[in-house]
Design a protein around this ligand. Structure first.
Ligand SMILES: [Zn+2]
Ligand SMILES: [Zn+2]
Length: 98
């Protein structure tokens, strides 16, 4: 368990974060257009900042955290909730499974 920076806020409720959890995936590979090398980018995801209450919920699976990869966001939030750009936060875990 790593202490979050004092200025960091919980990605779910915006209360001051007290914990930082490892994301389910540490990297996010963008492959929108495989023919364009500029899209072959792997994003290194940061730790997920959470308050004590939501850190417990996430560990128990009661709260799911998603990621918005829009360049205006690039942030975590409650899964399926709309992010700042309007797109819902998307799941990190099983999205590439087929
Ligand atoms: Zn919280
Ligand atoms: Zn967004």
């Amino acid at each position: 368990m790593t202490a979050a920076a004092p200025s960091t806020t919980c990605v779910v409720c915006s209360e001051p974060a007290t914990e930082a959890l490892d994301p389910p995936r540490r990297t996010l590979a963008r492959g929108l257009d495989p023919a364009d090398p500029s899209y072959s980018v792997t994003v290194i995801l940061p730790d997920i900042a959470l308050c004590a209450e939501h850190a417990g919920d996430v560990r128990q699976g009661k709260q799911l955290v998603g990621w918005c990869d829009n360049e205006r966001c690039r942030s975590y939030g409650a899964l399926s909730e709309p992010s700042a750009c309007g797109h819902p936060f998307e799941t990190l875990g099983a999205s590439k499974r087929s």
